[in-house]
Design a protein around this ligand. Structure first.
Ligand code: DGL
Length: 264
């Protein structure tokens, strides 16, 4: 059982930010990654569609005998994590609770901002997760839809990225938030520009917090592999492998090998 892989899925390439943190924290673990690149983005779709897509991704990875499922996509975690948990018998880790818990620990003035896709913000999942931990905290959600294509285009710094970040984040400055959760797989790549625009704000990276939650879950259930064991990674995508590799290597900052195109 311990040698079985961890399964991670996302709407596309963005979940590689989560894979990167998990692989760094748990280098001995075998990992399967599924990016539903043919149907990305999920963040603009209705809850019904996101739920249907996410179940197809989950079923695909379950057939590969994964020992733990990571829902790397914030949009899916926001909309269908609970449904997936109820439907499967292995542990399922999403990105919302770890990010919300970290933000609650970090905020001093009890004003937290959440940035994410339209679907994530509309679901209020982060708001609920924060409020469940501390009702006194004010939480402000803000959709930043242009950030996803900006990152995929590779424009993560420079004038255009800065102007877009300034325009979106003005709202957060007005709300006097002291903590911002990067509630989308793509946003860790914009950390630099976001921090430039909001100098005094603490940024919470959901990907890093999720990796810690994966580690805790494996340890708690004694499902972890021996430290030092050689590990394997395999990538599945639903559209062109070339495009995934070229954009994905920027996200992962490593070479992507062992990739296969599949149909869900
Ligand atoms: N992976 C999505 C998320 O974290 C961003 C891209 C999309 O909209 O599918 O919300």
């Amino acid at each position: 059982m311990n040698d079985n892989p961890i399964g991670i899925f996302d709407s596309g390439v963005g979940g590689l930010t989560v894979l990167k943190e998990i692989a760094e924290l748990l280098p001995a673990e075998n990992i399967l990654y599924l990016g539903d690149t043919a149907r990305v983005p999920y963040g603009i779709r209705s809850p019904e569609t996101v739920i249907r897509y996410s179940f197809e991704c989950t079923e695909f990875l379950l057939r590969k005998n994964i020992k733990l499922l990571v829902v790397a996509c914030n949009t899916v975690s926001a909309i269908s994590l609970q449904k997936i948990r109820e439907a499967v018998s292995i542990p399922v880790i999403g990105v919302i609770d770890p990010g919300a818990a970290a933000a609650v620990n970090v905020t001093k003035n009890k004003r937290i901002g959440i940035i994410g896709t339209e679907a994530t913000i509309k679901s209020s999942s982060y708001v609920k997760a924060v409020k469940a931990l501390n009702r006194e905290i004010e939480v402000y959600g803000l959709a930043c839809p242009l950030f996803v294509p900006l990152v995929e285009e590779g424009w993560t710094e420079g004038t255009i990225a800065r102007l877009i970040a300034e325009k979106y984040l003005k709202d957060m400055t007005d709300k006097e938030t002291d903590t911002i959760v990067l509630g989308c797989t793509h946003y860790p790549l914009l950390k630099g520009v976001i921090q430039e625009v909001m100098r005094d704000v603490r940024l919470v990276d959901s990907a890093i917090e999720t990796a810690k939650a994966v580690k805790d879950a494996l340890w708690e259930k004694r499902m972890n592999r021996e430290a030092g064991a050689a590990s394997e990674r395999k990538f599945y995508v639903t559209d062109s492998t070339e495009k995934f590799v070229s954009v994905g290597e920027r996200f992962l900052q490593q070479e992507i090998k062992n990739i296969e195109k599949i149909a869900l």
